[in-house]
Design a protein around this ligand. Structure first.
Ligand code: IMP
Length: 424
């Protein structure tokens, strides 16, 4: 075994939660390294579904240490709601097995208001954010005015930082015709949570080092997807953090040499939520079929997801950006009953065929996908438990993806349940 990073290779919603859940059962610790409650990781065990936004998906496996790294932006209310929800299901969420980095930045009400105010103002060119305050919180981190989880140990510091922040944020909120916020009530609301939250504060890097020293394996849980990365994604239609595997080190405090195995989660087709270019998007009946069959509605916002064919061009880019060693192919069962399957193998751009993503802003919206057609399948594959159980047509599709990406497909998911997974 080795330390493993799990990242989304497309635009998020690839089904990471399920694979993280499976691999975390084999890991001593699991840590989230970026994003916040814009994520929604769905895990289904024996028919029972759990959706997590902040707490690492390994929490359902008793005995796994679950940590929230410094690279995450944490909404304290959401964290405590998830703790309560899990506790009511009898899951151990004690600070002995669940911790938050003191360096993680906190999402406060003014971050949410600003996120929503800016989106409202961007009529016609919205990013389509989740409205959870993710971007404004990372902005404050970069501007060095953010409030970190460890600050909760010092009430005076909390009061000071919030009142300073609101001097500026209230000017902005008024300019956007949004209600200004009262520093005292924001402070009191946060400090009221401090007694419940502070027992979870921990030094994530030391805890992880300890696990490594004892020979335990660590799982790094990514959120969103590689093409939503702030640097490498389809800017400006991206999230505000680095979603690529390299950030698993910076977002937790371990060195890059601790990252051994990098598993990219690839949905057997493509989806995207929010705005931004999507070359293989299907605005026809096939797109609707994928949305319905794949239950493609956001786990966080409930928004219908845009659906389209698999795009090997963006995936080849993900292989390089993340240094993928393995792929987990998810939702393969959703493709059942489609008469033919298309894979985008290249783009046509400015009259030429290209095998890579053009980088100029807006260019990806102008490419035309070049497709390769493969036969569809009618068989129900949701009960297959081995590679050899899969019909030939399905194996051809999987092998073609492997060839195009030159990475081993180590896991194939054929249904939402933990048990519906083929390991090769
Ligand atoms: P933000 O992360 O809320 O700022 O949203 C920025 C963009 O990332 C929007 O297009 C969102 O729809 C998208 N996004 C954020 N989180 C996720 C996710 O977990 N899955 C899929 N898309 C996401």
């Amino acid at each position: 075994m080795a330390n493993t990073v799990i990242i989304g290779a497309q635009w998020g919603d690839e089904g990471k939660g399920k694979i993280v859940d499976i691999l975390s059962a084999r890991s001593r610790a699991i840590v989230r390294f970026q994003g916040g409650n814009n994520a929604g990781h769905t895990i289904k065990v024996q028919g029972k579904e759990t959706i997590l936004h902040l707490i690492p998906s390994g929490i359902l496996n008793p005995g796994t240490l679950c940590l929230v790294g410094n690279g995450v932006v944490l909404d304290p209310h959401v964290f405590l709601q998830e703790v309560e929800q899990l506790a009511s299901k009898g899951i151990d969420v004690s600070p002995a097995r669940l911790g938050i980095s003191k360096k993680a930045h906190l999402i406060l009400p003014y971050h949410k208001s600003l996120d929503q105010a800016r989106e409202a103002k961007r009529a016609g060119r919205k990013i389509g954010t989740t409205g959870r305050g993710i971007g404004p919180c990372y902005e404050d981190k970069a501007a060095r005015v953010g409030l970190r989880a460890g600050d909760l140990l010092d009430a005076d510091l909390v009061r000071h930082k919030i009142s300073q922040a609101l001097e500026e944020k209230n000017i902005l909120l008024r300019a956007y015709n949004f209600d200004p916020l009262d520093a005292d009530s924001v402070t009191q609301d946060l400090l009221a949570l401090a007694p419940t939250l502070t027992p979870y504060l921990t030094e994530v890097e030391s805890r992880l080092q300890e696990v490594q020293n004892q020979g335990g394996d660590i799982l790094f849980e990514g959120a969103q997807g590689s093409h939503l990365d702030i640097d490498h994604g389809t800017y400006p239609f991206v999230t505000s953090s680095n979603t690529v595997a390299g950030n698993a080190a910076a977002g937790t405090g371990l060195g890059p040499s601790s990252l051994n195995r990098i598993v990219g989660i690839v949905k057997a087709y493509t989806t995207r939520v929010g705005s931004g270019p999507f070359p293989t998007e299907l605005l026809d009946d096939t797109g609707s079929y994928l949305r319905t069959a794949g239950h493609e509605f956001g786990a966080t916002t409930g928004r219908p997801r845009r659906c389209g064919w698999l795009d090997a061009v963006i995936l080849r880019e993900s292989v390089r950006l993340n240094g993928l060693t393995d792929i987990a192919l998810t939702k393969l069962d959703v493709l059942q009953n489609l008469p033919a399957l298309q894979i985008c193998v290249a783009y046509e751009y400015q009259g030429r065929r290209c095998n890579y993503l053009p980088q100029e802003e807006g260019a990806l919206a102008k490419v035309t996908p070049v497709y390769e057609e493969l036969p569809g399948f009618e068989d129900d594959i949701s009960t297959c438990t081995a590679w050899t159980d899969l019909p030939d047509t399905v194996r051809v599709y999987v092998q073609r993806i492997e060839e195009l990406l030159d990475v081993r497909i180590a896991f194939i998911s054929v249904g939402p349940d933990r048990s519906q997974t083929i390991e090769r």
